[in-house]
Ligand binder design. Structure first.
Ligand SMILES: [Zn+2]
Length: 438
């Protein structure tokens, strides 16, 4: 069935009273109708570990995202080290690509002239796309954000982007989903003054983004995600959430301000973010999508999914590949009702599992000379192209001689492995089990 979404949106907009007379009921009705025509999030289980699917995306109504979902990170619309042909051979499956503004803004003029969006421009036609502001694989270095514009680190240096320009870029990129602009320079170490300014800027950017969004013929049917900055401070987070909830066009939320991106996120243990994520989630409606960015280790990802996060990104894959390593961690289904860890029963279990998970081996470094004469695959039993055709010794040789094929083979393995991990999580939580890392 085909809908004229533009016509429906105009009807909806005319239906809802404006300004002070807007009622809670009409906002609810408006939101439900928008959900039906712009994006649907079907939560199939909210009692235990949540899972569901995102569907009816206005640009790609025939595609669905099963949650928890992994966004595959890109640089200027392409997956690092991989051509489109190789990417298509990776068994995963890949559900959606993430396009960070920080590495794709340089393509703006070309994409605008091309007129078919960033995915077709980058040769990635057929993939769903999600636009974010920053690349979670790259550490944020502080810039001067003003009320009218933010600073963004790019590979060509720092650029300044106004809300108007950001929305022009979104119009040219034509993503399936995108984040509203926010002031992302805040984390657990930020001063109160920085948090205050970041929150005020973010709410101001959000209002301006939505004003342009609602008038834009290209964007008005595209799902928008509101970004919750405010570091680890729940007072600022609550204030921003209350502001975002006032706009029914917000289809999901990004819990930001937990860290400053880049490899340091790997060092974060679950206990350092558990409370702020848990308290933030309690302030958000159950039926909307929740996103967290960053290269968290697998055991932290599992715990965040158990808390209620639906969308993650593959920045850990980029970071592990760039340091010349291959994933070797494994996973298993853990039956919550019957498993005992070290003789402990259910009451002690959470703590025991977390301690146990942190002792597993995440990766091997292929530059290490111990792989000189290792003729086994990167990971025994892995079905990826790299493991089927090549040995650790050969990939070690590629790294020693600085051949470009080395990172390509590692990326093939690491992406396949991490996508398989997410596919396993989806299946396991649907079966009612927890996931353990081994
Ligand atoms: Zn492999």
């Amino acid at each position: 069935m085909c809908y004229d979404l533009s016509k429906y949106h105009d009807i909806i907009l005319n239906f809802v009273p404006c300004g002070d007379v807007i009622t809670t009921l009409s906002v609810t009705i408006y939101y439900l109708i928008l959900q039906f025509f712009i994006m649907k999030f079907i939560l199939e289980n909210s009692n235990k570990v949540r899972f569901g699917k995102i569907c009816s995306l206005s640009r790609s109504p025939n595609l669905e995202l099963e949650t928890p979902v992994l966004l595959v990170n890109t640089k200027a619309g392409s997956v690092m080290h991989l051509s489109h042909e190789v990417l298509m051979k990776i068994d995963g499956p890949i559900q959606c690509l993430q396009v960070p503004l920080s590495n794709s803004a340089k393509c703006y003029e070309g994409v605008r002239g091309f007129k078919k969006g960033i995915m077709e421009f980058a040769g990635m036609k057929g993939f769903l796309s999600y636009c974010s502001v920053h690349d979670p694989a790259e550490k944020l270095t502080k810039g001067k954000n003003e009320k009218e514009q933010i600073s963004v680190n790019t590979c060509n240096g720092r650029i300044y982007i106004t809300v108007q320009r950001y929305m022009e870029i979104m119009e040219a990129f034509q993503p399936d989903m995108y984040e509203a602009l926010s002031d992302g320079y805040n984390d657990s170490n930020s001063s109160n003054r920085r948090l205050c300014k970041s929150s005020a800027n973010s709410m101001s950017y959000f209002d301006e983004c939505m004003r342009i969004h609602e008038k834009s013929k290209i964007l008005k049917q595209t799902p928008v995600f509101g970004v919750i900055e405010g570091g680890h401070n729940l007072i600022y987070k609550e204030k921003i959430i209350s502001h975002l909830l006032g706009n029914p066009n917000v289809c999901g939320f990004v819990i930001s301000g937990l860290h400053s991106n880049g490899p340091d996120v790997e060092k974060l243990c679950f206990s350092s973010i558990e409370s702020v994520v848990h308290q933030t989630l309690k302030l958000l409606p159950d039926d909307r999508v929740k996103v967290i960015h960053g290269c968290f280790r697998p055991e932290v990802v599992v715990r965040l999914i158990e808390l209620g996060i639906d969308i993650f990104d593959s920045s850990l894959v980029d970071i592990v590949t760039n340091r010349g390593s291959a994933f070797v961690f494994g996973w298993e289904a853990v039956d919550k009702k019957t498993t005992m860890v070290n003789g402990n029963t259910e009451g002690d279990r959470d703590k025991s599992v977390e301690n146990e998970l942190q002792s597993y081996k995440l990766e091997i470094s292929l530059g290490d000379k111990i792989y000189f004469d290792d003729f086994g695959p990167l990971l025994q039993g892995c079905s990826c192209l790299a493991c089927q055709k090549h040995t650790r010794a050969y990939i070690h040789h590629l790294f020693v001689t600085k051949e470009m094929l080395g990172p390509v083979l590692l990326m093939i393995h690491n992406l396949h492995h991490y996508l398989s991990f997410f596919a396993f999580i989806r299946k396991t939580v649907r079966d009612g089990h927890r996931v353990g890392i081994i």
